[in-house]
Design a protein around this ligand. Structure first.
Ligand code: MG
Length: 203
């Protein structure tokens, strides 16, 4: 399985990193080895002094598809989740400056947190979901899917032009503003609406 990640999908986050607003979605992949195992702490890798949390809404693909039009995209997922796209920001900045791929900064072991899943039928409107991240019980990121530049079904249409989607693939849909550094002993808790979907410790 693969993790397909969208970057720069919220205007307020594009501003905070002083990135250009993209004309097409920014897409990158993480391997399955980047998934943080359940109930394990996240270990800050020794090659970074500036690992950031990026809380993101996740989509779990439930059937095989290629060239999916956005009209039919809703048939390709039943579950919505929440995760973290951990990013070694210092390393990413070096790679970006040289025009190099981001994998070393984004795809390392443990860099993908995947929380519990919720049936999408629990929600009236997936394009109006509140989600948030608390660090040590303080609210640090707060988003709403209505603010995505590319909505869930548009993301599926776009990425399936390039990659065959397979059962179990997961899409990370981008982070809102408020990304920041994590340090040892931080505790991160993620929520969709009032429901807590993960709690992890940083080491
Ligand atoms: Mg991200």
């Amino acid at each position: 399985m693969k993790l397909i990640c969208i970057g720069r999908n919220y205007t307020d986050h594009i501003k905070e990193l002083e990135n250009e607003k993209p004309t097409d979605p920014v897409v990158f992949l993480k391997p399955d080895t980047s998934i943080l195992l359940k109930k394990q702490p996240f270990f800050i890798p020794d090659f970074s002094d500036d690992v950031h949390h990026e809380v993101e809404i996740l989509i779990k693909i439930n059937r095989v598809g290629k060239h999916i039009s956005k009209k039919f995209a809703h048939k390709y997922y039943d579950d919505i989740g929440l995760g973290i796209d951990f990013t070694a920001r210092d390393l990413q900045a070096q790679l970006k400056a040289k025009g190099l791929p981001w994998e070393k900064a984004k795809a390392f072991d443990g860099a993908a947190v995947i929380g519990d899943w919720l049936p999408k039928k629990n929600f009236e409107d997936l394009n109006n979901l509140n989600f948030s991240l608390k660090k040590n019980d303080e609210l640090v990121q707060n988003g709403n899917t209505s603010l995505m530049l590319w909505k869930i079904d548009e993301i599926i249409e776009y990425v399936s032009k390039y990659f065959t989607l397979k059962i179990g693939d997961i899409i990370f849909t981008g982070t809102p503003a408020g990304v920041g550094r994590v340090i040892a002993n931080d505790r991160l808790k993620g929520f969709i609406e009032d429901k807590q979907l993960f709690s992890i410790t940083v080491k």
